[in-house]
Design a protein around this ligand. Structure first.
Ligand SMILES: [Zn+2]
Length: 442
């Protein structure tokens, strides 16, 4: 397949009149359109305004999609324990599958081709199946919670680890190795030391399995960990083995100098979630300090209840603007660097090699973006447009591993209409459930 248009091959390389050829699951060639046309005269040409590497959601909760809008304007721990966790606990297997599909649908429609996905405690297998069917690339994990957790989610440590291991055996490397596993403790507050140490042992026992958790999102969280362990949160995670090049920590808003040193020394990945941090008023993550120390930073939308969208373009824009206003520095995090976070840095966090740039021999995860609109006129700088001006709705074409999943705005791998209908029906039940628990509250 030959795709042509303005090609953003990576943050430093834009071909105004470019083209790329996809063979199987890989990119076979990238270059000037005339040169590619000469080399592949028999291939039919598919023209786009802009072509770019697929974007990577470095911290996502697909299965929270049904909770979009249920807990706006509330504080993190209330948001989590009063709304989001009870919602997760109440979902049946069928409902979990619909929730996950709604998440993958939104991501594929808006240009996210890889996600690092924090599922829930129960029915994780249904989300793995949904991800496989959707065609998305993902590193998914069943959530583990073995202390300070509500009924329906609290589990025995051994059970949490045993179920995680079963899922690794079943799904790690599945669906042509598009789907991989991350051992996923929810956060240190809701996991015992045995659970956290067990997570490290499990990840070490299987090649390529990663670790994904939340860290230092909120001041209440770090106070709790400090009173439990006598250590700062990142120091504690380091103590129990949850730092390193195979670890992805979402947020890292509240860290001190020593903790930043640990992140840098261990090569731990940080996922910056600016919309979520703003909406829950968690704070401003010290991303400039991380970048200055060489800590790898990816970008993530977090979950629909705290965002409220999985649009990766919105996230790129917020990522830059929040650092500018926090530092009172308009130069803070330029568009090219944000674009790297959303592409190649995310790919490294997810642990996929040859991903996040459009290069010969790299994996064929590609998006096509429509710029035939007032918002994109004039188009001086395509990367600046993607970071500051584009929306998920501008994505008209999505390819993962060489397979076209969205074409002309239509999703091929999932039935978008029926997923949205089912999700709306389940959400009505959730509303009734929430009203009944509201009545029961003093
Ligand atoms: Zn999260």
């Amino acid at each position: 397949m030959l795709l042509s248009g303005t090609v953003i091959a990576d943050s430093r390389t834009v071909l105004e009149d470019g083209a790329l050829v996809v063979e199987g699951s890989e990119i076979a060639a990238v270059g000037e359109r005339s040169e590619i046309r000469d080399r592949y005269p028999d291939l039919e040409e598919h023209e786009f305004d802009l072509l770019a590497p697929g974007l990577v959601g470095g911290h996502i909760h697909s299965v929270q999609s049904l909770g979009r809008g249920i807990a706006d304007d509330s504080e993190l721990l209330e948001w989590l324990f009063e709304y989001v966790l009870p919602m997760e606990a109440s979902l049946s297997g069928d409902e979990m599958e619909v929730a996950a599909k709604l998440g993958y649908l939104e991501m594929l429609q808006s240009g996210t081709t890889t996600c690092i996905d924090h599922l829930s405690v129960n029915h994780a297998d249904r989300a793995f199946e949904a991800a496989g069917e959707s065609g998305i690339r993902g590193v998914l994990g069943k959530v583990m919670m073995d202390q300070r957790s509500p009924e329906g989610l609290l589990e025995e440590t051994d059970d949490a680890l045993a179920e995680s291991e079963e899922l690794i055996r079943e799904y790690h490397g599945s669906f042509d190795d598009r789907i991989r596993y991350a051992v996923t403790p929810r956060f240190a507050v809701s996991c015992t030391e045995a659970c956290l140490r067990g997570a490290r042992e499990l990840a070490d026992a299987y090649d390529g399995v990663r670790i994904h958790t939340h860290a230092s999102e909120n001041r209440g969280e770090i106070d709790t960990v400090e009173s439990d362990t006598g250590m700062r949160n990142i120091e504690w995670l380091d103590e129990v083995g949850l730092t390193g090049e195979d670890v992805v920590l979402a947020h890292c808003v509240w860290t001190d100098e020593r903790e930043r040193e640990i992140l840098a020394e261990t090569g731990t990945h940080v996922t910056y979630c600016p919309s979520s941090n703003m909406k829950l008023a968690s704070g401003v993550a010290p991303i400039m300090e991380y970048l200055e120390r060489g800590i790898p930073v990816a970008l993530g939308n977090d979950g629909p209840p705290c965002n409220n969208t999985l649009d990766p373009f919105t996230e790129m824009r917020q990522a830059s603007l929040l650092q500018k206003v926090d530092r009172l520095d308009p130069v803070a995090i330029p568009a090219e660097e944000i674009f790297e976070m959303a592409t190649v840095n995310g790919a490294k966090a997810a642990g996929f090699d040859r991903l996040g740039k459009l290069r010969s021999g790299w994996r064929a995860d590609v998006i096509g973006i429509d710029t035939d609109k007032a918002r994109a006129t004039p188009l001086h700088d395509p990367i600046s447009h993607l970071v500051f001006g584009a929306h998920g709705d501008d994505v008209e074409f999505t390819m993962v591993d060489g397979t076209v999943l969205v074409d002309d705005g239509e999703v091929r791998s999932l039935d978008a209409r029926s997923i949205r209908e089912e999700a709306s029906e389940i959400a009505l039940d959730l509303e009734a459930y929430r009203e009944s628990t509201d009545d029961a509250r003093p």
